[in-house]
Design a binder for this molecule. Structure first.
Ligand code: ZN
Ligand code: ZN
Length: 148
């Protein structure tokens, strides 16, 4: 498991959420959602495609993109962008920060967000802060152990 401190969100709301957003439930969308939930390691679209293909050989890259878009649109998955590199996908919709391992490139969910009250950030007049999302960089436990 790549997640340090979180559990997979309930899966049963997929159909409901798709329908709610006016999107069709398709086996491909279900498959892509399953792939993301199975291993919450923030895969890129390419990686999602490879994994989905293993179970659904006829699925195409274009379909995978379409499925990911649909899942993002209905709020079941969110896009995570690293400073460099491809967009990754995260099925954890709780407020959380991401810890990037600079050594192996893994991305971990860290359930810690700084509340706007605690941050001590002085905003110009008129701005209202709702959420601070932090990107943490460093070494994951595996890489930290190897570096010793
Ligand atoms: Zn690492
Ligand atoms: Zn995440």
């Amino acid at each position: 498991m790549k997640t340090a401190s979180t559990q997979a969100p309930p899966e049963n709301n997929l159909n409901e959420r798709l329908a709610h957003s006016g999107l069709r439930v398709t086996p491909q969308r279900q498959q892509v959602h399953e792939v993301l939930r199975e291993k919450m390691d923030h895969p890129t679209a390419d990686q999602v495609f490879m994994r989905a293909k293993g179970k659904m050989p006829e699925i195409s890259m274009a379909t995978v993109y379409n499925c990911l878009d649909a899942l993002v649109q209905c709020g079941l998955v969110r896009e995570v962008t690293l400073d460099r590199g491809a967009t990754r996908y995260c099925p954890n919709m709780q407020d959380h920060s991401h810890f990037y391992c600079d050594e192996c490139g893994s991305v971990y969910d860290i359930l810690q967000t700084i509340s706007p009250e605690d941050a001590g950030i002085k905003l110009p007049r008129g701005f209202r802060l709702k959420l601070i999302e932090t990107n943490l960089h460093g070494h994951c436990p595996d890489c930290a152990a190897k570096a010793k």
